[in-house]
Design a protein around this ligand. Structure first.
Ligand code: HSE
Length: 306
């Protein structure tokens, strides 16, 4: 049996929801195909798109498959073929998408009967390979789709909400190297003033309520972070951060750093996406950046395709 899935990019944090909020996107995505092989090992082929390691131990999907084989004592192995459509290190959950696809595929191929929550736990192992920290705000939306609230302490809790149907997304990915997610996490303050915490809790609450009430204006309004994004901008990880936020306000859109950046997510009504995409592209071009732009929307989690 050969199975093929589409695994979505995702945008983590959405401003105030550091390590908690994630949104699955319709585009970009990876395609991952898998089949059982008689040998007890994992093979990874990276066929097209961005380059990622093909050694199973270093590939986020390969590593997830290895760990699942070990954990479930599987007597056969798996071959993964990857079409890598999500740029690694972009802030778009590239490693999480492949990891989520691998967890989904191994579960299906070996009939393990895992729940979505368990798939998230296995996919999270892939994040360890790439980021060194098991944050779940990309793997959870990559499995569940839509908007996800995920919390790891004191125990794993995942809540999924369908975003407002008219919520459109523009992703702008400036052509810069942000360095590792590990470093982007190191610059995040370990302690914060209470006043900053209060502001972020307010924003996060407004955003999550907006998702639940299908109110785009509340979602946009809630995309404000006074803790993590400013620290990363100060560390030089997010180019033109202040200007991009201001442009978001002028456009009546919500603009936030996507995950650890450098991609930026802009939330705006679907019919106004083109306008926002043009304005953001012009903004970065005037400052000397080449950008990739995705005009997209929230999407489902890992989905089987023919
Ligand atoms: N929440 C994580 C971070 C997402 O901001 O570091 C990384 O993709």
């Amino acid at each position: 049996m050969r199975l093929r899935v589409k695994a979505p990019a995702s945008s983590a944090n959405l401003g105030p929801g550091f390590d908690v909020f994630g949104l699955a996107l319709m585009e970009p995505y990876d395609i991952v195909e898998a089949e059982r092989i008689p040998d007890k090992r994992v093979e990874v082929e990276v066929l097209e798109g961005y380059r990622v390691p093909a050694r199973p131990e270093e590939n986020t999907g390969g590593y997830v498959a290895l760990r699942m084989m070990e954990e479930f004592g599987l007597s056969e192995g798996v071959r993964l073929r990857i079409w890598k459509g999500i740029k690694p290190g972009s802030g778009l959950g590239s490693s999480a998408a492949t990891a989520a696809a691998a967890a989904y595929l191994v579960n299906k191929l070996f009939d393990l009967g895992l729940s979505r929550e368990e798939l998230v736990r296995y996919a999270a192992l892939g994040e360890l390979v790439s980021a060194g920290a098991p944050h779940l705000d990309n793997v959870a939306p990559a499995i569940y789709g839509g908007f996800v609230i995920v919390s790891q302490e004191p125990r794993l809790r995942i809540y999924h909400v369908d975003p407002p149907p008219d919520l459109g997304v523009v992703i702008v990915l400036p052509d810069v190297e942000k360095g590792s997610t590990r470093r982007a996490r190191e610059v995040v303050p370990k302690e914060v003033p209470l006043i900053s915490l209060v502001r972020n809790v307010a924003s996060a609450s407004i955003l999550a309520t907006g998702m639940a009430l299908k109110n785009i204006n509340m979602v946009k309004e809630g995309m404000s972070d006074v803790i993590v994004e400013p620290a990363r901008a100060r560390a030089g990880i997010i180019p033109e951060y202040e200007g991009a936020k201001r442009l978001g306000e002028e456009l009546d859109a919500g603009v936030a750093v996507s995950g650890a950046g450098p991609a930026v997510i802009c939330v705006i009504e679907k019919e106004r996406r083109k306008l926002a995409a043009d304005a953001l592209e012009r903004f970065y071009a005037l400052r000397g950046y080449k950008v990739q732009v995705y005009i997209t929307e929230p999407g489902p989690g890992v989905t089987e395709i023919g």
